[in-house]
Ligand binder design. Sequence first.
Ligand SMILES: [Zn+2]
Length: 307
Amino acid sequence: MHQKTIRKPISCAGIGLHSGKKVHLSLRPAPEDTGILFCVRDENGSRFLKPAPDSVHSTRLATTLARGRDAIATVEHILAAIRGMGIDNVLIEVQGGELPIMDGSAAPFVYLLRLAGTQVQNRARRVMALKKPIEFVREGKWIKAEPFKGFAVDYSIEFNHPMIGRQEFFIELTPDLFARRLAKARTFGFLQEVEMLRANGLALGGSLENAVVLDEFGVVNEDGLRFKDEFVRHKVLDFVGDMAMYEAPLWGRFEVHASGHALNNEFLRYITANADEYLEEVVLGEPRAAAREKACRPMPGAAPALA
Ligand SMILES: [Zn+2]
């Protein structure tokens, strides 16, 4: 019911998917009503960058946020981890222009958030609830959403590949379910695509350490999959991260088919541009101080408290 931040700062380093270079990440506690805020750090100092549907600049390879000359790439998995673990306010400092890709999943970020701990804050939590159904259909892909008290996703994918085929996954998001059922699912790609990206100087940090790679017959990674339906689980993880571009947690039930970063962003831009029609703010409970005061107030007709 109340906003949450992390209890203490925490840092890590890893490889950037785009550059293949070492990049640094720090997570810091943030005051109430900050939301999720990125901070770009480089030789020119620090600048803030707020995730927003229209600050998504590119969805090729991974989601990149940009404003002016500042850009931060590969933001979707950390956003998914923060939203998935129910953190409202956090500062994400990035050095090196992109988030570390880690193992291609959100599990290392969940681990970091758990090490940092959670701090409950005083102000009530605010969410944006979908107030009427919407069907967003584009060339055989869709996001159909309806009002729901929480965040639920019913996702399906269909790939003409022996390891994937049709996969479906449903989740009503809670921090515990996010950590157990979604966080570990890794991003995936096809060998031909990976070779083409590398030939074009892209995904220089991409390897079997941070993606499930498929050839025409199966999985190239020696250790295989973490879940039989790891592919659709990762799509749900990406969806959670992409919806976290909105300033407040979204409430709705989403039926999603074959979507990706681009369509997710197009959907979010649409409902944001038409917020009066589709969204309403819901404040969950009241500030902690007010709740405490009410609990201490004598019941009407009760004997006056002794001084
Ligand atoms: Zn992803």
